[in-house]
Design a binder for this molecule. Structure first.
Ligand code: SAH
Ligand code: SF4
Ligand code: F3S
Length: 463
């Protein structure tokens, strides 16, 4: 495979010069849908645009270029994109120089690209998840020809992991350790739109994190669809536990997080690494999906209710205060009320600190979409409400258990609802709001928890 950075640089330069000649500082608005992988891709897209002379702005109305980085994991994610694209048509009519870019997972599907070609001709550039690094060339071609440019690849022909990223935060960063997914959970479209699992060489990852730490980053999140299978296919014999042990030794890193762990590959070595390194956060996102072994089997998850509970026990035996969060899908084909009760049983046994709860969404092309017994909306909604009614009181009780305790908190941003408050995170990833000013952002402060709601804590700084 070949690195394409120099080619990319050439087009970046050409666009940069165009704007210099025009004597204008162009504005960009990037809207990201979906998971951390997309958020991080957007940081790279913005990094490229930044080098082309663009600067970020708040609203779509003032932008010269709008990027929609899309997700297709559930149907409502796609509907939101189409709804918002409809709105952009008006903006484009008012400003014909506005550039509209559509990229990400959604456009890896042929039917979607066809629909955009037919019904959204005002979209300027469309590219997928495998050729983000070619975006400058595609944009340049669009500027030159003023025609819609579509370039979707089906696999990762070239590797370009060293693109500049425009980080959202100075003090924390995400780092891809792998791309794609080989698990083919039967409901999930990710393996089709993100391709086969590819681990990045450890040397490249460590070098990237060392540079981030030297730049003042104190927290990194290692990203992959299934970080626990890291290392497969690499020349060096290395697994995720080895990698995270190496990362933990990098000077200056105070917090290391990782997303996402598949329960089937969570090793004892990884549990030991979490236990033995004080800078690996005591929090794990461990998607359950369902507590019923029969449903898990149809989902192709490759673990059982019992093995999931046994893993949680091993984690808690080793690290008693570890916070565990999860993902749950309700209404998977053939699911029964009894299956739902099994899920509720697991919720009560594990006592999750948080959960993303989803209603099953049929994704065309996945094995589950072809299953006979799809569950009707009313039944799914009833089961979904039952799950929430079991889950939320547990989450609230866990929040309450923090009251009166004092924690080291990383101050992250001004609170969205009250600008006299700062929002930060505990090591266990709990959110806390406390009085303070923006000069604290990026620093660790000691906070005593005084109160809580279900999904966040309230505290005060202790001098
Ligand atoms: N690789 C990660 C997560 C990927 S998608 C993992 O396996 O944990 C994030 C979550 O979206 C999944 O955990 C699952 O709960 C949910 N999800 C994926 N496909 C879905 C679908 N078709 N319908 C509803 N939820 C889905
Ligand atoms: Fe989808 Fe399963 Fe891969 Fe997660 S592990 S991305 S749920 S196929
Ligand atoms: Fe969505 Fe793509 Fe992530 S489908 S969940 S943005 S990998």
């Amino acid at each position: 495979m070949q690195k394409e950075t120099s080619l990319t640089d050439n087009y970046i330069q050409k666009i940069y010069e165009k704007w210099c000649k025009a004597g204008k500082k162009p504005k960009l608005k990037c809207v990201t849908y979906g998971c951390q992988a997309n958020v991080h891709d957007s940081e790279k897209i913005c990094g490229l645009l930044y080098k082309m002379g663009y600067e970020a702005c708040e609203s779509e109305e003032e932008a010269d270029l709008i990027v929609y980085n899309t997700c297709c994991v559930r149907e409502n994610a796609e509907n939101r994109v189409f709804g918002n694209l409809g709105q952009l048509k008006k903006l484009k009519a008012e400003n014909k120089d506005l550039k509209i870019i559509l990229c990400g997972c959604m456009v890896q599907q042929d039917a979607i690209v066809e629909k955009i070609r037919k019904s959204y001709p005002f979209v300027d550039v469309i590219f997928g998840t495998f050729n983000l690094h070619r975006f400058p060339e595609l944009l340049y071609t669009n500027i030159e020809t003023n025609s819609q440019i579509i370039d979707i690849w089906q696999d990762a022909k070239e590797i370009a992991d060293d693109l500049p990223a425009m980080r959202q935060h100075k003090f924390k960063a995400s780092v891809n350790i792998m791309h794609g997914c080989d698990n083919f959970c039967s409901y999930c479209i990710v393996p089709y739109v993100r391709g086969r699992e590819r681990s990045r060489p450890p040397e490249a990852i460590i070098k990237e994190i060392e540079a981030l730490a030297a730049d003042g980053v104190v927290e990194v999140t290692l990203l992959g669809q299934n970080v626990n299978s890291y290392g497969k296919g690499l020349e060096s014999n290395i697994n995720f536990a080895d990698l995270i042990n190496k990362v933990a030794k990098i000077t200056g890193l105070k917090r290391i997080r990782f997303l996402t762990s598949h329960p089937k590959d969570f090793s004892d070595e990884l549990i030991a690494a979490i236990k033995n390194n004080s800078n690996i956060c005591k929090s794990v996102h461990l998607p359950l999906q369902s507590g019923s072994t029969a449903v898990l089997d149809r989902m192709n998850r490759k673990y059982t209710k019992e093995s999931y509970l046994a893993l949680v026990k091993s984690l808690r035996d080793a690290v008693s205060n570890i916070a565990i969060t999860t993902d749950i899908i309700t209404g998977f084909p053939y699911e029964t009320d009894e299956d739902n009760e099994e899920t509720i049983d697991v919720l009560k046994k594990v006592r999750f600190s948080g959960a993303f709860t989803f209603i099953y969404s049929k994704r065309s092309g996945t094995p589950a979409a072809a299953m006979d017994c799809q569950i009707d909306e009313e039944t799914t909604k009833r089961r979904f409400d039952k799950i929430l009614n079991a889950l939320n009181p547990i989450i609230y009780e866990i929040s309450q258990s923090h009251i009166g305790h004092t924690y080291e908190v990383l101050a992250e941003e001004p609170s969205k609802s009250d600008d006299t408050l700062i929002t930060g995170r505990l090591d266990d990833n709990s959110l806390v709001h406390f009085k303070g000013d923006t000069s604290l952002i990026g620093q660790f402060v000691t906070v005593k928890i005084t109160d809580c709601k279900t999904f966040y804590l309230i505290g005060e700084i202790i001098e």
